[in-house]
Write a new protein. Structure first.
Length: 232
């Protein structure tokens, strides 16, 4: 069977102002109100204070093949987030010190890898935000097994389309469709602006259940079960 590489057009970048607003939002703020679009917790930040927002460019890289990744470095743009589907492989590390220097040179916003990295100490020194699944000393090589660029991929259990928005921090990675960005940013910023007042009320002695509304929800649920005919 012939080796196949598929390289599709680069996706439009999401408006930079919208991305800057999205970057102000914590992933956990959105995790309070929705459960979908979040990558599995096994996708971890290289350093806890990592944070990024940007436009997804996708790669599907099988096993030890580094060819398409190296080619992609000539196509990526400042502000892109490179999302790499390793097709189930965790043995071969596709990301290390040299490729990371290339990514910094083009001002890549971040990289998210459903697989392993190598050279973790050097990568931390470089400071580029990286999310990954583990560390391996066995690296990808100059072989040609095939690969895909700018096609839908799976990363951390989530479908990622080229051109999606990626919001990532120390708590996790969230994938958003471009049309969701403005609404999610507006909601997240507004919710975070309310948090200091909630903390103030709790520190002043108000019960957490009253502040969160849990008490009123419990009362309403109990009232509902007592209605005539509810359990008949």
């Amino acid at each position: 069977m012939p080796v196949t590489y598929v390289i599709k057009d680069m996706p439009p970048q999401i408006d930079s102002a919208a991305i800057r607003r999205l970057a102000q939002v914590d992933t956990a703020t959105i995790g309070h109100v929705r459960t979908y679009g979040f990558m599995q917790p096994s996708i971890l930040p290289l350093f806890p204070d990592s944070r990024c927002a940007g436009t997804a460019v996708t790669l599907a890289l099988p096993g030890p093949d580094a060819t398409l990744l190296h080619h992609a470095m000539s196509l990526l743009r400042p502000g892109d987030v490179l999302v790499i589907d390793r097709c189930g492989d965790t043995r071969f590390a596709c990301w290390g010190g040299v490729i990371n220097q290339a990514a910094k040179a083009i001002q890549l916003a971040a990289v998210v890898i459903d697989g392993s990295i190598t050279d973790p100490v050097e990568l931390r020194e470089h400071g580029l935000p990286i999310w990954h699944k583990g560390v391996s000393a066995v690296t990808t090589q100059a072989v040609t097994l095939g690969g895909l660029m700018n096609v839908p991929v799976a990363c951390g259990g989530v479908a990622v389309l080229p051109g999606d928005a990626i919001l990532a921090d120390g708590s996790g990675v969230l994938v958003l469709r471009p049309e969701e960005v403005a609404e999610v940013a507006q909601f997240g910023i507004a919710r975070q602006e309310r948090e200091p007042d909630l903390v103030r009320r709790i520190l002043a002695g108000e019960p957490v259940a009253d502040v969160s509304g849990a008490s009123s929800r419990l009362a309403a649920a109990n009232d509902a079960t007592k209605r005539p005919g509810k359990n008949s």
